[in-house]
Design a protein around this ligand. Structure first.
Ligand SMILES: [Zn+2]
Length: 113
């Protein structure tokens, strides 16, 4: 099954954002977004949704073994934490004078981008 890539598929969360987890085993945790996966609407959050993964032996790690890595979680299960007021918020969007779309905190009204 192939999913057509929608170029307008822009996540409300970006790499480097701080988010709080709304659901799942890490509910209530906060972390920094390491990576976003717009194709599947998932994000990878530092120290959240840790999964054990069997690693094949490599030159750098000849023994192989079990490694713990962050698994992606659905973007709907996290909420952006505003860097200004530190509250979880659904970002609003506004257009700047230059025509650029930026995110705005709905709680304190400050620009996030
Ligand atoms: Zn705010």
């Amino acid at each position: 099954m192939t999913k057509k890539t929608n170029e307008r598929n822009v996540l409300p969360i970006k790499k480097g954002d701080t988010v709080t987890v709304l659901a799942g085993k890490d509910k209530g945790k906060e972390g920094k977004v390491l990576r976003t996966v717009p194709e599947t609407e998932r994000v990878v959050v530092e120290k959240v949704n840790m999964m054990k993964k069997a690693m094949r032996p490599t030159q750098a790690n000849p023994q192989g073994g079990i490694s713990t890595i962050e698994a992606p979680l659905a973007v709907s299960n996290v909420m952006l934490v505003c860097p200004h007021c530190k509250k979880p918020t659904r970002a609003a969007r506004r257009r700047t004078d230059e025509g650029k779309k930026i995110r705005v905190c709905k709680k304190c009204g400050k620009d996030i981008d």
